[in-house]
Design a protein around this ligand. Structure first.
Ligand code: SAM
Length: 305
């Protein structure tokens, strides 16, 4: 069996198949065997935050298996693994590198065009952990697609997402409220679960080496959906319009982050209404959007209904 983390073997394997790393698909293959093993360990570990997320028979979905280095580690820890790979040229290579992993299945697709619930239905309703060493160019859309593919007012079959991302994206995802790196993705992710940085990975661990450092983050989803963050969120039919307001507020606040929040929201609400709602929440009228947490945005959406 080819050593998938030996740089010379990786080059040879690609050459034998008439391939080379494709920049357009963000292909940087892991060449330190400790890293895929550690990502899989973190992915399969006991719940970090909620005991309710400890579930039997959890399956794994991998995005971008490449040559299969992480897929093999996942297959050793999960009952079943489905890996979605966009690069048609890698599909026959994966058939070889995963030949001794009968619980691993490859789907040739662009993850951004897949129907996520249909994809996960192959696990028969079992809980799912997502893992991937993501192409840098598409990290945020992939993460939001994962989070938004199930209604936010209940538990998602996706209990944990473990991703290798550019270090700056990891900083943003895990940023404390109010910090300079806090962005729309920080607050939007916090509507679905809790993000935490696990470890950093330097560029020398990849072939070819990227220009940036990377970090692995986990997002453990709320077992009861948004109610774990904001127990007062409306229930039943009132949830959808409430949640749409929360998202509109976040989009407006971070769309014009140099402005005060009341100014940034002026296209949605009369200035005086927004200012009064902020006062009722004990916030300053001239506060900027990044100073509010995901919970603050939920409370503000309730105030502005
Ligand atoms: N998992 C391998 C590893 O760690 O060595 C490869 C990681 S490489 C950074 C990213 C992988 O994602 C590549 O195999 C690439 O072809 C694949 N990929 C890129 N865009 C994709 C997409 N939209 N859907 C599915 N796979 C994609």
């Amino acid at each position: 069996m080819t050593d998938l983390c030996d740089p010379a073997a990786v080059r040879r394997l690609l050459e034998e198949n008439g391939l080379a790393p494709r920049k357009a698909f963000g292909q940087n293959f892991l060449i330190n065997p400790a890293i895929p093993a550690e990502i899989a360990e973190v992915s399969a570990a006991a719940p970090f935050f909620w005991e309710e997320n400890r579930t039997e028979g959890t399956c794994a979905l991998e995005i971008g298996p490449g040559l299969g280095a992480l897929t093999r580690e996942l297959a050793a820890r999960y009952a079943a693994v489905t890996a979605v790979e966009i690069d048609r040229g890698l599909i026959p290579v994966l058939a070889g590198t995963l030949a001794d992993c009968p619980n691993a299945e490859i789907v040739e697709a662009d993850f951004m065009k897949t129907d996520v619930p249909a994809l996960l239905s192959r696990f028969g309703g079992k809980p799912v952990h997502v893992a991937g060493n993501l192409p840098y160019y598409i990290t945020t859309p992939i993460l939001m697609r994962l989070l938004e593919s199930y209604p936010a007012d209940g538990s998602s079959p996706i209990r944990r997402i473990t991703l290798m991302v550019q270090k700056e994206v990891a900083d943003r995802l895990c940023a404390p409220t109010g910090s300079d790196v806090c962005g729309a993705i920080t607050v939007s992710t916090a509507l679905y679960g809790r993000a935490e940085r696990r470890f950093t990975v330097s560029a020398g661990n990849f072939y070819p080496a990227p220009k940036v450092a990377s970090a692995v983050v986990t997002i453990e989803t709320y077992p009861h959906g948004l109610y774990d963050l904001y127990p007062d969120a409306p229930r039943g039919e009132a949830f959808a319009p409430f949640f749409a307001r929360v998202r509109d507020l976040i989009a407006a606040a971070f769309g014009q982050r140099r402005k005060t929040l009341t100014n940034a929201l002026s296209g949605l609400y009369p200035r005086e209404d927004a200012a009064a709602a902020l006062r009722r929440l004990g916030l300053r009228e001239d506060v900027r959007g990044e100073k509010l947490s995901a919970l603050d945005y939920c409370q503000l959406a309730d105030e502005l209904k």
